[in-house]
Each structure stands twice: as structure tokens, then as C-alpha cells.
Design a protein around this ligand. Structure first.
Ligand code: HEC
Ligand code: HEC
Length: 503
């Protein structure tokens, strides 16, 4: 919702007590037409060699943006990339020039270092990855330069000063107690609950400047602090606020009192670290002379190195990652993967429950090198091959279900527990024809967890399949669906690309 008043934008933020209007001073935020490189060059201030360097940096930034960011943030930075419809909270509309994570005063532009930090460290509890894990320092810097051109604000204004945090007083009981009183007096609990425990959408009463429901996260979980949970980072969040959200700036509160608040919040925190997603792991497929079969508990898997891979929910406020343990072996003819993960309830294809089944998927790219593909769903012209295992037919129900005296195929595409698919970009998922479906799989649920084996020939005749060769290096990513949590389709947990080596 945006009202235009003679060049000013008024962004309404609805809070439970009524409607509060925030005026943001920037004209024509939507003027966002042809942002060509030429125009960017024109706009860059420095001349001579400096200018040339800046142009190079912006070009590099554009290249990286189109590879890694466009799927979520969109071509013009408006937060409407192809993946955005799958994600909550939505990717930021960078064209409006409103930023949550700043060290600068409320309503001011972020500094380069603020943007750099967000891109590098990602936003915990959301789909925004920590790019510092996979992109070089210079690439991160070039992205900072490039995304600033989505908003005209950066051409009109200069970023403000960094707000000083002063000196942190000692963390002691006296300070925590004072913070507790202030937390009450300033009525933080309206939105955050008595002790900061509330999480969720504030009963749908709050919206943000982008017109979407605003989510508050459990302040007892330091790993979910989007702007960081070190003392100074929390201080900055309080003093600068999170623009565009109902979390306003407490810049009128004395510095000393803000520190007491920080200490109170820290006293409430349970140290549950949410580890950042990493892609740097290597999964090796080891050769074996033993027979490889489908049995998930066959002795052939004993002693094979297991690699724990973290997965993060694409659409969840809890941000709690899952871990899937991966092993792989091959006998020069077949290749098998064994996946193990914790899941307290087996959600199989039983009547009534079959719409939310436990499932896991492997996604392969035969191209090596991370740079080539976004980890989501492949890119156009660079399709990925997906093996999708579901806790149905082969497991308990043997393929068909008797519903009202009629036999119904549980899985509309095949009666196997694994479906092979190809994807090239979000929304472009195709199931392979039946004769191309050659992956078999079998799962067992036992003692609070699934063990699933997927098996295929190293080589196949299908041009849509990933082909495995000895000593090749490829990429593999994983996805999990928990039926209990009603996860289905895009509502899933995903990993980054992992390296796969066939030994
Ligand atoms: C998988 C989707 C996804 C991808 C890919 C992605 N982002 Fe984001 N990004 C998000 C989401 C979601 C948010 C919003 C988080 C929030 O509002 O709490 C976000 C927020 C941001 C912000 C907001 C900063 C602020 O202070 O408000 C910046 C800057 C940003 N992303 C830059 C990038 C850049 C640069 C890339 C590419 C290197 C990128 N993003 C790739 C999903 C994504
Ligand atoms: C009007 C509702 C409201 C009030 C009052 C409020 N907050 Fe918030 N606060 C929010 C929302 C919404 C968010 C999450 C914004 C987001 O992530 O988009 C938030 C986020 C935060 C965060 C997390 C920052 C991060 O890095 O993710 C902290 C810490 C916080 N608030 C502390 C406080 C304290 C302390 C007070 C009182 C002095 C307070 N809030 C008052 C709505 C409120």
C-alpha cells in the first residue's frame, strides 16, 4: 500500500493500537526503467582510472547479481524474482531504498559496510543465504555497488553516519534488572511477549512497508537475530530500528538504558546457535567390490564415510535447520546413495495422511563448479536432474491404495517410490517419461529416523540424466519434506550445492 503525495511516499505501518504513518522522504521511488550499464556509467562520479575501476566493479556486480540474486530479488531488484512466490518473508524490494539492517539512523540509507554485512552473512531464519561462504570478497563488494542502483535514493542522498554504540557497561545483575524494567516501560512486550518469547505473525495485525505481514521472531533464540546477536549488534538494532517494519528506532532512549535492554535480552537467550549454511563439503562415492542392493541396512554401508549436510527451510520463521547424513558407493556399474535423517513420525502414504508424505530429493548438476548454477532449481538451459523419493509405495503401501472399493495409484506419475525429474528454473519442473525412470529406492523408518537408499546405473541412455564417470567432480544438493509439518512442493528444506566426487 503506497500513497503518493506530491513526490513523497507515505508508508503506513499498522500496529495493534491503530495506524501509524511513517513518511519516507524520497521522490519517485518507482522510476525504475532502463537501468542500463551506460546510465550507470554516466551516474558514477569519479573520472579517469577511478571511474574505469568503478565501471568494472558494477559490471562484475551485475554479472553476479544475474547469477545469484535475480531468482529472488528480480531483474529490477523489486523483490519479485521467480522464486519469490515460494518464500516468506519475501525477498527485499531493493528499488524502494528501505533497508532493515543499518548502522545509520532511522530512515537513513545503509552504509556500504551494512549492505556488505547483510550479503556476506545472510539473514538467519529467512531464505537469504550467507553469500560470504561461496563468493569472493571482490564479488561481494561489486554486488554492494550494483544493488545501490536499483533505488534512486542512492543518487540523491548520501548514507548517514554510523550511530555510535559508546562503551558497553559490564554485564551484571543490576543491569539485567534495569533492562527488565525498561522492557516493560517501553512496552516491548506488546509485540515480543513478556520475555521476548513470542514468535509468529502477531496475530496478523502487523504489516511492513512492503505490504506484507510482519513476523516477529523468538528473541530467546540468538541465532535468529537477523542483524546479529553480539552486544553491539543488538544495540544497533535498538538504536536504529528496522526500517519498513514495526520495529522502530529507540534513539530517544539514553545510551546507558539501551545497554541495559541489551543485557536483559541476553539474559533471556538460550544459547542455541543456528549454524550458517555451508556449501564447502565434499561427498565421495567410494568404490566397492561387494554387491550393491536396495536394502537400507545392508552391511556394505558399514564404515562408509557419512557426511552431514545442513538444510534450511525455505518458508518458515523457525529457521531450524535439519541435518541429512549422506553416504555413497559404486561398483563401477551402479551407484547408490544412502540418506539418513531424524524424523519422529513416519508419514507414509496412508489414507488421509497421504497428501503430506515424508520425502527426500537429490538434485544433480553434471556441470562442475559452483558458479554455474543457482542452488534452487537449476537455470534455464542448464537443467538439473532430480531424484525424488517419497515414503509411499515401496515402503508400506505397495503402490496402490484401496479407497472406497477402488484401487488408486498412490503416486500419480509412477508406482515406484522414486520419481526422476528435470528442472530448469523455478516452476519449470518436468517428470521424466516412464521408460526414462531408472532410479530405484527403498526406505526404512526405525528408531526415530529414515534410512533411504537410492540406486541407479552409473550411465544411462537418457540425455536428461546425470551421467557418472570415474573420478568426476559434480554437484549435488538435497531437499527434505516432513509430512508431519505439512511440508509439500516448494514448502521444503534445502541445502546448498555440495561437491560430489566419484572415486
Ligand atoms: C533464495 C532467495 C534469495 C536469494 C537468492 C537472495 N536473497 Fe537477498 N533476501 C532474501 C530475503 C527473503 C530477504 C529478506 C529478509 C527479511 O526481510 O528479513 C533478503 C534481503 C536482502 C537484503 C536486505 C537488506 C536490508 O537491510 O533490508 C539485501 C541487501 C539482499 N537480500 C541482497 C541480496 C544479494 C546481493 C543477493 C545475491 C548475491 C541475494 N540477496 C540473494 C532472499 C534472497
Ligand atoms: C510495534 C511492535 C514492536 C515493538 C513495540 C517492539 N518491537 Fe522489536 N521487533 C518487532 C518486529 C516486527 C521485529 C521483526 C522485524 C523483522 O524481522 O522484519 C522486531 C525485531 C526485534 C529484534 C530482532 C532484531 C534482529 O536482528 O532480528 C529485537 C532484538 C527487538 N525487536 C527488540 C525490541 C525491544 C527491546 C523492544 C522494546 C524497546 C521492541 N523490540 C519493541 C516489533 C516490535
Amino acid at each position: 500500500m503506497l500513497f503518493d503525495l506530491t513526490g513523497f511516499k507515505i508508508l503506513p505501518v499498522i500496529i495493534p493500537d491503530g495506524i501509524l504513518f511513517l513518511s519516507i522522504f524520497f521522490p519517485q521511488v518507482f522510476a525504475n526503467e532502463s537501468k542500463t550499464i551506460e546510465r550507470l556509467i554516466e551516474l558514477t562520479e569519479p573520472r579517469g582510472r577511478d571511474a574505469q575501476e568503478k565501471v568494472e566493479r558494477i559490471k562484475e556486480g551485475e554479472k553476479a547479481y544475474l547469477r545469484f540474486c535475480v531468482h529472488c530479488h528480480g531483474l529490477h531488484g523489486q523483490g519479485n524474482g521467480k522464486a519469490s512466490s515460494y518464500l516468506r518473508p519475501l525477498p527485499r524490494d531493493l528499488s524502494l531504498g528501505i533497508f532493515k539492517f543499518r548502522s545509520t539512523p532511522s530512515n537513513a540509507l545503509p552504509r556500504n559496510e551494512d549492505l556488505y554485512r547483510t550479503i556476506k552473512k545472510g539473514v538467519p531464519g529467512t531464505a537469504m543465504p550467507a553469500w560470504g561462504d561461496v563468493l569472493a570478497e571482490e564479488t561481494l563488494m561489486s554486488l554492494v555497488e550494483y544493488i545501490k542502483y536499483f533505488s534512486d535514493r542512492f543518487q540523491i542522498e548520501t548514507p548517514d553516519f554510523k550511530m555510535s554504540a559508546g562503551l558497553e557497561p559490564p554485564y551484571e545483575k543490576h543491569s539485567v534488572d534495569k533492562g527488565k524494567v525498561l522492557y516493560k516501560e517501553l512496552r516491548c512486550g506488546r509485540c515480543h511477549g513478556e520475555k521476548g518469547e513470542r514468535s509468529g505473525r502477531l496475530e496478523n495485525k502487523l504489516t511492513d512497508a512492503w505490504g506484507n505481514p510482519s513476523v516477529v521472531y523468538d528473541l530467546k533464540k540468538p541465532g535468529l537475530y537477523k542483524a546479529g546477536f553480539s552486544s553491539e549488534e543488538i544495540y544497533h538494532t535498538l538504536v536504529t530500528g528496522m526500517d519498513g517494519t514495526p520495529m522502530s528506532a529507540y534513539d530517544y532512549v539514553a545510551s546507558e538504558d539501551l545497554w541495559h535492554l541489551v543485557h536483559f535480552l541476553q539474559s533471556q537467550q538460550k544459547s542455541e546457535e543456528i549454524p550458517p549454511l555451508r556449501m564447502s563439503q565434499k561427498i565421495v562415492s567410494y568404490p566397492t567390490s561387494k554387491k550393491i542392493g536396495l536394502s537400507p541396512e545392508a552391511p556394505v554401508w558399514q564404515g562408509i564415510k557419512s557426511v552431514p549436510v545442513k538444510l534450511r527451510a525455505l518458508k518458515s520463521a523457525s529457521g531450524k535447520p535439519a541435518v541429512i547424513n549422506i553416504q555413497s558407493i559404486h561398483d563401477f556399474k551402479h551407484i547408490a546413495f544412502r540418506l539418513q535423517w531424524k524424523d519422529e513420525t513416519p508419514d507414509t502414504a496412508e489414507p488421509g495422511a497421504r497428501f503430506y508424505m515424508d520425502a527426500a530429493a537429490l538434485q544433480f548438476s553434471s556441470r562442475s563448479g559452483f558458479d554455474s548454477i543457482y542452488y534452487g532449481m537449476g537455470e534455464r538451459k542448464k537443467p538439473v536432474n532430480i531424484w525424488h523419493w517419497k515414503a509411499d509405495s515401496f515402503q508400506k503401501v505397495e503402490g496402490r491404495l484401496r479407497i472406497k472399493n477402488k484401487w488408486v495409484a498412490v503416486n500419480p506419475f509412477s508406482e515406484k517410490s522414486v520419481e526422476e525429474m528435470n528442472a530448469s528454473g523455478f516452476g519449470a519442473l518436468t517428470v521424466q517419461s516412464l521408460e526414462d525412470q531408472q532410479v530405484t529406492g527403498k526406505g526404512i523408518w526405525k528408531n526415530g529416523g529414515w534410512t533411504v537408499v537410492l540406486l541407479r546405473n552409473l550411465k544411462t541412455a537418457s540425455p536428461f540424466d546425470v551421467q557418472f564417470r570415474e573420478s568426476m567432480n559434480g554437484l549435488v544438493a538435497f531437499a527434505l519434506w516432513d509430512g508431519k509439518q505439512k511440508e509439500k512442493n516448494a514448502n521444503k528444506k534445502v541445502s546448498f550445492w555440495q561437491q560430489l566426487q566419484i572415486q
